[in-house]
Design a protein around this ligand. Structure first.
Ligand code: AMP
Ligand code: ZN
Length: 307
């Protein structure tokens, strides 16, 4: 895979990125973010908003969503290893006190918790399909959404670009197969223009999701063969493989069938999404242009309106 490069500089050292942009919070892949970093995150969010399709309906989701909805969408079959479940202490005052007392004696109190019917959102677009389904049949124009959420995936790592808690922004298209194909092609071209504007070295590749287990390997191979997922990769870690910073996904009629989203003639709608890994994009900017905004290319600062 060739990286289209506009810069001769090699990425900033990972330790320097971690040191200047984050503060540890005691768990791998979970960080406090500095002002310097958040300024760039905000600028990226605004830049993406300026690219928002005119007719997009906007939703900002909380970092948790319904356990039942995630189960229904098939996430537990496909990615159980990544899912985080919210559990709480339920029961009488005596039950809860007993659990707290366990903690006081250094014993594990968490085994006394039971589900709160919530999971930590694993991707920003999952909650939008049941909302879309409530609006009745999808018109010939289809639907488009701008969504975002703080997402969780249980993949603890010391790599600066593999977080357990990260921000995801997405544009989601629901409609006929041809509409989804056009949407995805347009967004791959737009993403390329954005990467060029931001002077980020990039490459596209076919990709697969990290499906669980041996059956999952077949699903991943199928996803690649059918070109259901593309990623835009940018070098973020010095010496490491380039990192997926955006993805372009075609779900076929998976969510349409799951949620009963139909078109005017009763056919299941198809869907696709373009996902921006906001934290990875911010890291890619710092890794590429350095840790001092005053040294970034003028054009990049202007496009991000950071000046
Ligand atoms: P995906 O649903 O896996 O295509 O994820 C959408 C986007 O979220 C990816 O293109 C990444 O930029 C970002 N992303 C996924 N996993 C992580 C992670 N562990 N840490 C940071 N960003 C992530
Ligand atoms: Zn999505």
């Amino acid at each position: 895979m060739d990286i289209d490069t506009h810069t001769t500089r090699s990425p900033v050292d990972d330790e320097a990125l971690l040191d200047r942009l984050f503060r540890p919070m005691g768990v791998d892949g979970v960080y406090a973010r500095t002002h310097l970093y958040e300024n760039v995150v905000d600028a990226l969010q605004r830049l993406i908003s300026r690219h928002r399709p005119d007719d997009a309906e906007v939703f900002r989701f909380p970092p948790v969503m319904s356990l039942r909805q995630v189960e229904k969408a098939g996430y537990l079959n496909s990615f159980p290893q990544l899912l985080g479940c919210v559990c709480c202490l339920h029961g009488t005052e005596a039950d809860i006190s007993a659990a707290v007392n366990k903690a006081k004696h250094g014993a594990d109190w968490t085994c006394e918790t039971t589900t709160a019917d919530l999971v930590l959102s694993p991707a920003a677009c999952y909650p939008v399909y049941p909302i879309a389904a409530q609006n009745g049949p999808v018109s010939a124009r289809g639907l488009i959404f701008d969504v975002s959420a703080d997402c969780f995936r249980h993949e603890p790592s010391r790599d600066v670009d593999r977080l357990q808690s990260f921000r995801m922004r997405e544009f989601v298209r629901i409609g006929a197969p041809a509409q989804i194909a056009t949407f995805r092609e347009q967004w791959m071209r737009k993403a390329e223009a954005i990467a060029r504007d931001l002077r980020l070295p990039y490459a596209f590749d076919r990709a697969s999701d990290p499906f669980f287990g041996r059956v999952g390997q077949l699903m991943a191979a199928n996803q690649i063969e059918q070109a259901l997922k593309f990623e835009l990769l940018i070098p973020v870690r010095a010496g490491g493989a380039p990192t997926a910073c955006m993805s372009f996904n075609y779900h076929r009629e998976h969510f349409g069938k799951t949620w009963g989203i139909l078109d005017d003639s009763g056919v299941h709608a198809h869907s696709g999404c373009v996902a921006f890994g906001i934290d990875r994009l911010a890291l890619a900017l710092f890794a590429t242009h350095g840790l001092h905004l005053e040294e970034w290319p003028r054009r990049v600062v202007d496009i991000l309106q950071l000046g």
